[in-house]
Design a protein around this ligand. Structure first.
Ligand SMILES: C=C(O[C@@H]1C=C(C(=O)O)C=C[C@H]1O)C(=O)O
Length: 370
């Protein structure tokens, strides 16, 4: 993907400082940036995914919705594909007045050792109920802040992600309340149109071996992904018919590989996609099993707010094509730091050092383009 001409580049970068809501995204295996822009006013918010029934727009839903962190629906007043059309859509837009930057981030950053120490403590809290067989799987995640480079450009970073990660859905999304997020996710939660729908079970992680894809999976990884498949199969059967499954197979995501199963199914109608999202989210790829108990446990025990990480991001359009993803390998852009997020599935046999390393490798997806 090319960088657009300088005026568009600056305009989009400036939009990330303003009061306007927009999303710029690129679907896997395409080279087409898509802009969704709300012309005025604050975007609509919702407290539950079910409230998305019948709605159209660019959705950004958190791991756990609250008043402070609601589900956001950017109204598609303007939708434009490719830089030429995006330039036309933005013609007449002036660079918005810069708003006061949110939350001055002057707090001391913990050192790498302190971050690992904290992670290890929380890992201890997570492994105990797993070993006591209270839960079958838990996903433990963390955040890490790092300074933005002096010449940081959100749009430049978006284009770099598009060029580095052809298999992933790349997004740059800004709203006045949610702030600015950039991500590169490998995981569909719900996509399709008409009667044909698709979701995936994605779990298990290994680093690429140079340019070679490792394909020998440990029992732990296979089991972890099997849990997600089992959950998705059940959830999808509640709404869809004619379920077909392909996998598990090894799928590349940047410098990592995962185990993946595709699920295709038929829906009779598309006015209740919110109900399906509510049933699916949070899948055991980002939460745990059993769902309700592990969701509560994570909210109470993980020790930080996941915000929009491991929520849902993408285009919802019940009358045309929907492409919704799990918001992974993402970062929140602050005034002069980026907050990166990553997690991984924990089973009773998990070990703290390799799980920590896995979160580092996942965060590198964003670090490598900063
Ligand atoms: C939780 C993340 O990724 C998820 C967890 C995985 C795992 O536990 O192996 C693999 C892919 C994703 O479903 C993340 O990227 O932060």
């Amino acid at each position: 993907m090319n960088i657009p001409e300088t005026s568009i580049h600056h305009l989009i970068d400036n939009l990330t400082h303003g009061g306007r809501s927009f999303a710029l995204y690129r679907l896997p295996w395409t080279d087409e940036p898509i802009l969704v822009l709300q012309a005025d006013g604050m975007p609509e918010t919702a407290g539950t995914l079910a409230e998305l029934n019948g709605k159209e727009g660019f959705v950004m839903a958190p791991f756990h919705a609250s008043d402070r962190c609601p589900i956001i629906i950017i109204r598609p007043d303007k939708v434009a594909r490719n830089w030429d059309k995006i330039a036309e859509a933005l013609a007449g837009e002036s660079a918005p007045e810069a708003q006061a930057e949110e939350g001055a981030q002057t707090a001391e950053q913990p050192s790498a050792d302190e971050e690992k120490q904290r992670y290890a403590e929380t890992f201890g809290l997570f492994i105990t109920p797993l070993r006591q067989k209270q839960f079958r799987k838990l996903v433990l995640s963390r955040q890490s802040r790092q300074p933005l480079p002096d010449n940081f450009s959100p749009l430049g970073t978006f284009v770099k992600a598009c060029n580095s990660y052809p298999r992933m859905m790349i997004s740059l999304c800004h709203t006045p309340t949610g702030g600015t997020w950039i991500g590169s996710t490998p995981e569909v939660i719900l996509s399709g149109n008409g009667t044909d729908w698709h979701t995936v079970s994605l779990a298990g992680t290994m680093p690429m071996n140079g340019e070679n894809m490792p394909t020998e999976w440990s029992t732990k990884n296979k089991e972890e992904q099997g849990f997600v498949s089992e959950y998705i199969r059940k959830a999808v059967k509640k709404f869809g018919s004619r379920l077909t499954e392909k996998g598990p197979y090894t799928a590349r995501a940047g410098q990592l590989v995962h185990l993946k199963t595709d699920f295709h199914f038929t829906l009779k109608e598309t006015q209740h996609l919110g109900d399906i999202l509510q049933e699916l989210h949070p899948t055991p790829a980002v939460c745990g099993l059993p769902k309700d108990e592990t969701y509560r446990f994570i909210l109470d025990t993980e020790g930080y707010d996941r915000s929009y990480y491991s929520g849902i991001i993408g285009w919802l359009a019940p009358r045309e094509e929907t492409t919704l993803y799990v918001n992974l390998r993402c970062m929140h852009i602050g005034k002069d730091t980026a907050t990166l997020y990553a997690g991984g599935g924990i089973l009773p046999t998990s070990e703290v050092d390799s799980e920590w390393e896995e979160t580092q490798q996942k965060m590198n997806t964003m670090r490598n383009i900063l």
